[in-house]
Design a protein around this ligand. Structure first.
Ligand SMILES: [Zn+2]
Length: 223
């Protein structure tokens, strides 16, 4: 099986998942450049309030396509690429912050089985590597299989996500003393992040903020 996968990867791995151009590492130079154009001018723009948000790019155009390709067309390597970008951006924005524990927003086990991976985990693992922060994937569990949230209003989302998470007490030998930085692929209304934060806070843990690849919030009035 391993040999067969290696054999396949000879042909499959070197194509850009966004434009099918051959001979690339993860994405081709052209898509790389276009993706970088979606970057927020100020990733700390939403870094305030009860749950500060650190975001890499605008959820639109090619970045939206890249996230969809990663999730729905089975391109987990995009998760690594995106996690690297988020990590580099973080290091630039917070060069002296080293005492955080990185925790991905978990996916319901059944959904993860279907997809084969949790994109937030891929992004968070790579992010932690690049930003040199501690990585703890087994702190939160998704205990409720929620329906797709994008069609729901904010109150409906809140209702749907109520008690969607619990602490993973089997996987966690020790709960972290360091504040937690949550990681997810997209931040829209913040309902998911807030529910995860609520679960962690109830257990006495401190949530420092959330880092995401993309947000549809519009960067209109630039500082
Ligand atoms: Zn490309």
């Amino acid at each position: 099986m391993k040999l067969f996968q290696d054999f396949l990867s000879l042909f499959l791995q070197d194509k850009c998942p966004l434009c099918d151009r051959p001979g690339v590492n993860v994405v081709c130079n052209d898509c790389d450049r276009q993706l970088h154009q979606t970057k927020l001018v100020n990733p700390k723009r939403y870094w305030r309030g009860d749950l500060p948000l650190f975001a890499w790019g605008q959820y639109d155009g090619i970045l939206k396509r890249a996230i969809a390709a990663m999730k729905y067309n089975n391109h987990p390597q995009l998760g690594q690429w995106l996690g690297t970008q988020l990590g580099l951006q973080w290091r630039q924005s917070f060069p002296h912050l080293s005492t955080l524990t990185v925790v991905p927003i978990p996916m319901h086990p059944e959904k993860q089985k279907q997809r084969g991976f949790n994109q937030a985990e891929l992004i968070a693992r790579q992010f932690a590597r690049v930003s040199k922060l501690r990585y703890s994937p087994r702190i939160l569990r998704r205990t409720k299989a929620t329906q797709a949230l994008f069609e729901l209003t904010v109150p409906q989302r809140q209702q749907e996500l109520q008690q969607a998470f619990s602490l993973d007490l089997q996987g966690t030998q020790k709960l972290p003393k360091q504040p937690i930085l949550l990681i997810d692929d997209i931040y829209t209304t913040g309902t998911t992040a807030a529910e995860a934060q609520r679960t962690l806070t109830k257990a006495g843990l401190k949530v420092y903020g959330i880092g995401t690849i993309a947000t549809p919030k519009k960067e209109t009035s630039r500082r």
